[in-house]
Design a protein around this ligand. Structure first.
Ligand code: KIV
Length: 274
């Protein structure tokens, strides 16, 4: 298949997530927020694509994910859907759309599924309210991914962007939360910013796959935010991040070369004119 052709491979489902954990095969996810990058990432063969509310920080320039709205997530989710045909597409539920009541969670998650045609949603946290929301939404027939450890929508309560689970009490609480999220019906759990040994314990305590970001190598899979992985978001330098390209420099250099050509009268030339 040439690089421009669309994949017609069988779509990834929750069953593939479970069987990969059973077989000890690592799951690979990354974010995408639109049709163009959704297609490119899908063609690279990842298992899952997350339309993260990180879009609010990485693309909209907010300092946290809190300002992101349901309509914005639906816009980005529906756009990504138009590019993604194979990977499981999961949409982040933004702040205040699932924590207030189970009714709210059902209506908002239902709306996301209906309007984006994604295959699942992600909800942050392990409080009673969130566990009740996960239980309700999975009973509606919607696959739910949990998210524990550093939960970005609680950034202010957690005292900033910090590694969680450092004390034995915190680690025990996380294991308990992971079991409760699993029991409520989640098909996978993102573990963000945890010491590697704590993430390993959590991963061993649940039968569903854990997907780590800054949580060591023992998770059942890994997720990265696409502009971080591509080196586009070059002002974000956490210890866990490995960059697989340096596109920020490429963007600046390409636009500078374009500007130089225009100013020098080299572009457009005869080859690029009608
Ligand atoms: O919003 C997001 O991109 C996420 C990932 C960091 C897992 O939740």
């Amino acid at each position: 298949m040439s690089s421009g052709e669309r994949s017609v491979a069988k779509p990834v489902t929750v069953r593939d997530f479970h069987s990969k954990k059973e077989r000890g095969e690592k799951l690979v996810l990354c974010t995408a927020y639109d049709a163009l990058f959704g297609r490119l990432v899908d063609e690279s063969g990842v298992d899952g694509i997350l339309v993260g509310d990180s879009v609010g920080m990485v693309h909209a320039g907010f300092s946290s994910t809190l300002p992101v709205t349901l309509d914005q997530m639906i816009y980005h989710g529906a756009a990504a859907r138009r590019g993604v045909t194979r990977a499981m597409l999961i949409i982040d539920m933004p702040f205040l759309t699932y924590q207030v009541s189970v009714d709210d969670a059902l209506r908002n998650c239902g709306r996301v599924m209906q309007e984006t045609l994604a295959q699942g949603v992600k909800l942050e946290g392990g409080t009673d309210e969130v566990v009740a929301a996960i239980r309700g939404v999975t009973r509606l027939g919607v696959p739910v991914m949990g998210h524990l450890g550093f939960t970005p929508q609680s950034v202010h309560a957690l005292g900033g962007f910090r590694v969680q689970g450092r004390t034995s009490d915190d680690a025990a609480r996380l294991i308990d939360e992971a079991r409760r999220v699993e029991d409520a019906g989640a098909f996978a759990i993102v573990l963000e910013l945890l010491p590697a040994d704590v993430a390993a314990e959590v991963s061993g305590a649940v039968a569903i796959p854990t997907i780590g970001i800054g949580a060591g190598a023992s998770c059942d899979g890994q997720v990265l935010v696409l502009p971080d992985l591509l080196g586009l978001n070059d002002r974000f330098n956490p210890k866990f991040l490995k960059r697989y390209a340096s596109l920020a420099g490429d963007v600046r250099a390409a636009v500078q070369r374009f500007a130089e050509d225009v100013r020098a009268g080299r572009y457009p030339d005869g080859d690029h004119s009608f």
